[in-house]
Write a protein that binds this ligand. Structure first.
Ligand code: OGA
Ligand code: MN
Length: 294
């Protein structure tokens, strides 16, 4: 497929406009509230080709967001909020990312600080397939979200490094969320060898695209199983110098009404901090994982 020029899909009316970066495309001429099977098939095809899709100008209720997300599979219940509560009464699928406070209590997670590079809930044996994030309130500056391609990062590794990591397994930490907050019910520890988490292959094959990718999850408390801690730290640091390179990422500047859905298996994301006096509110769903990374 030619990914450099906007392409009108022949069978459906939507238009796919690639970002021109290592991943990501905008889908135009689509209303996520009215997706027939043919349009959804074209959308899913683009999702596999570009890993992250942006759709602008949507007006979605929580029920609409849930109905759209269900086209991809069964949904997860949202993780419990940092204060131990769930978010939306009666809609356990909706996770709120927000710095807004009501009666002194946060209505969502992650505050206004930086969220460091991560993929969602890779500390589970079966991490979610995808996450969909819908923008309701956006600050005038800051709070941009970047995505990086774990295919492109793997491809860029020198052959010698690819050989060294081919059979390694990595523990994805379950202690901290990407805002640095300790997860509910977890006793904090900074020893990656003993912290809770899930062990996955460091190099995985994407079950839908068949492409090979690096599976890092997040840096804090990560551990390459079986290595001396110092060796594990050094090798992880080396791999992360590739992950942090801007040529493998795309940065999204949000508008109200944007929906972004990312493939959680082959991408990571991070968020810039923003002024806590402005408001930023996003509603998120997660599509449940159906297989262990392999
Ligand atoms: C998330 C997340 C970043 C953002 O919802 O999983 O990391 O931009 N959000 O709010
Ligand atoms: Mn996230």
């Amino acid at each position: 497929m030619d990914i450099d020029t906007p392409r009108a899909d022949e069978s459906a009316s939507l238009t796919i406009v690639p970002t021109g970066r290592a991943l990501g495309a905008e889908v135009r001429n689509i209303d996520l509230k009215r997706l027939d099977d043919r349009t959804f098939a074209a959308f899913l095809h683009a999702f596999h080709a570009h890993s992250v899709l942006l759709v602008r100008g949507q007006t979605l209720s929580d029920q609409d967001l849930i109905a759209f997300s269900r086209r991809f599979g069964e949904l997860d219940w949202a993780p419990v909020q940092e204060n131990g509560r769930r978010f939306v009464e009666g809609l356990p699928e909706i996770y709120i990312v927000s710095n807004v406070k009501q009666n002194g209590e946060a209505i969502g997670s992650l505050g206004s600080g930086e969220a460091v590079w991560h993929t969602d809930m890779s500390y589970l044996d079966m991490p979610p397939i995808a996450s969909a994030l819908y923008a309701l309130e956006i600050p005038p500056v800051g709070g941009n979200t970047s995505f990086c391609s774990m295919y492109a990062i793997y491809d860029a590794l020198p052959d010698e490094l690819k050989r060294r990591i081919a059979d390694l397994k990595i523990k994805h930490d379950g202690t901290y969320n990407s805002g640095g907050f300790v997860r509910q019910g977890v006793t904090p520890t900074d020893d990656p060898r003993t912290s809770p988490g899930a062990v996955h292959p460091l190099v995985c094959i994407h079950p839908d695209t068949g492409r090979r990718m690096l599976y890092l999850g997040r840096r804090r408390n990560a551990y390459l199983v079986g290595l001396e801690l110092s060796q594990s730290e050094a090798l992880l640091d080396e791999l992360w110098t590739y992950a942090a390179r801007p040529d493998f990422s795309w940065e999204h500047v949000w508008q109200v009404g944007d929906l972004v859905i990312w493939d959680n298996r082959c991408t990571m994301h991070r968020r810039d901090p923003f002024d806590d006096n402005s408001r930023r509110t996003m509603h998120r769903t997660q599509i449940k994982g159906t297989a262990r990374p392999a």
